[in-house]
Design a protein around this ligand. Structure first.
Ligand SMILES: NC(=O)c1ccc[n+]([C@@H]2O[C@H](COP(=O)([O-])OP(=O)(O)OC[C@H]3O[C@@H](n4cnc5c(N)ncnc54)[C@H](O)[C@@H]3O)[C@@H](O)[C@H]2O)c1
Length: 343
């Protein structure tokens, strides 16, 4: 099997690429290296089954050429995270809407199977217990760019569903909830690498709001095999599947876990959201997945606990301290010098 991974030089994409090569696929990566990096593919750089194309999903000619060369597509390329979308709303909307439509059009034209990465962000401010795939979306004002990541991914899902309904495109959708692991960068607002990085450097851990907001973090090593299993399930075509962690934890408790795991004496400081994102920023108090649809389809059960997740992130961050990634992270601090929040 030959697979295309768009966004394959990114955090989740690079783990997926390693997994696919491990199980015997050959892999083409299409990535513009905007948030991704060739460093992420260092472990497999010399693998004879890997080909990397540096280019954008916004270019239909490039997309057509790479899709024509493969049996299936994992579409992960995106402008990811609320922080990036708040700072660069226009280019993010273009990437996340027009880029995805390019992928859908070419997969339809070539009859290529597609797995689309969506996000729990689409549920917006719906804080109910156990969000199912049919749960309502509660988004804030369309004029707040903070919600445009969720809006764009929602449009991607609607496009995918329409291609399936009208043309029979073999497309399935996964909604990822706060996936975490080695190689994830903190500078685009991801809370676990931010807190771990601060603890390792001996800085105060910055927690936004009152810190009592909760999330369910999942380990990338639990998520990646599930992506492949869903892509290989014909019953999944036209459907969406939640993939999230099973344990709800507040960000304050997460900060305490980070201090313990990293063995750090840093303190924890509460910071108003407005300091990072400007006035009027909206966040959700909780976001809890119901994974039962993915469990019924592929037996998905998230196995890695939060301590093991934090340990993995800390280990990889310490390894890269002297490396280029670390220097880049230092060179591009978040607005106001503060790290971002969870998304
Ligand atoms: N990490 C999470 O917790 C999470 C949660 C929900 C959804 N997701 C989804 O999973 C996917 C992967 O996210 P990630 O966390 O690995 O982020 P990431 O930023 O590490 O990966 C995205 C990759 O896409 C690439 N890219 C961006 N614009 C591109 C373009 N125009 N053309 C080609 N490549 C482009 C980037 O360079 C990067 O390598 C995304 O679709 C994201 O929306 C992630």
């Amino acid at each position: 099997m030959r697979s295309l991974v768009t966004g394959g030089a990114g955090f989740i994409g690079s783990h997926l690429v390693e997994h696919l090569l491990d199980v015997g696929d050959s892999v083409v990566v299409l990535d513009d290296l905007s948030t991704g990096s060739m460093n992420n593919l260092a472990k497999v750089a010399d693998h004879p089954g890997l080909e990397v194309v540096v280019g954008t999903i916004l270019d239909p000619v490039i997309v057509r050429n790479v899709v024509l060369d493969v049996d299936r597509v994992f579409h992960l390329a995106a402008a990811v995270g609320v922080k990036l979308v708040v700072e660069q709303p226009l280019s993010c909307l273009r990437t996340n809407i027009h880029g995805t439509e390019n992928i859908l059009m070419v997969c339809h034209e070539t009859g290529t199977t597609l797995l689309l990465a969506s996000t729990s962000e689409i549920y917006g401010k719906n804080e109910s217990d156990g969000l199912t795939e049919e749960s309502d979306r509660i988004l804030g004002s369309a004029l707040k760019s903070r919600w445009s990541y969720a809006a764009a991914k929602g449009i991607d899902e609607a496009f995918a569903r329409a291609y399936w309904e009208e043309y029979g495109l073999q497309v399935s959708i996964v909604r990822l909830f706060n996936t975490v692991g080695p190689r994830q960068k903190g500078r685009y607002g991801m809370v676990v690498p931010n807190l771990v990085g601060q603890a390792i450097r001996g800085e105060s851990l910055t927690v936004f709001g009152d810190g009592r907001q909760t999330r369910c973090f999942s380990a990338v090593e639990d998520i990646v095999p599930a992506l492949v299993a869903i892509a290989e399930s014909p019953e999944a075509y036209g459907q969406a599947y939640n993939l999230g962690g099973s344990t709800e934890i507040s960000i304050l408790d997460l900060a305490e876990t980070v201090l313990e795991v990293v063995d750090s004496a840093s303190d924890v400081v509460l910071v108003p959201y407005a300091n990072a994102y400007g006035p009027g920023y909206e966040d959700m108090r909780r976001r809890v997945p119901d994974n039962s649809k993915a469990k019924a389809l592929i037996g998905f059960v998230p196995r890695t606990g939060i301590e093991a997740i934090v340990r993995g992130v800390a280990g990889s961050m310490r390894e890269s301290v002297a490396g280029e990634d670390w220097q880049m992270a230092q060179a591009r601090p978040a607005r106001n010098g503060l790290p971002g929040t969870e998304h």
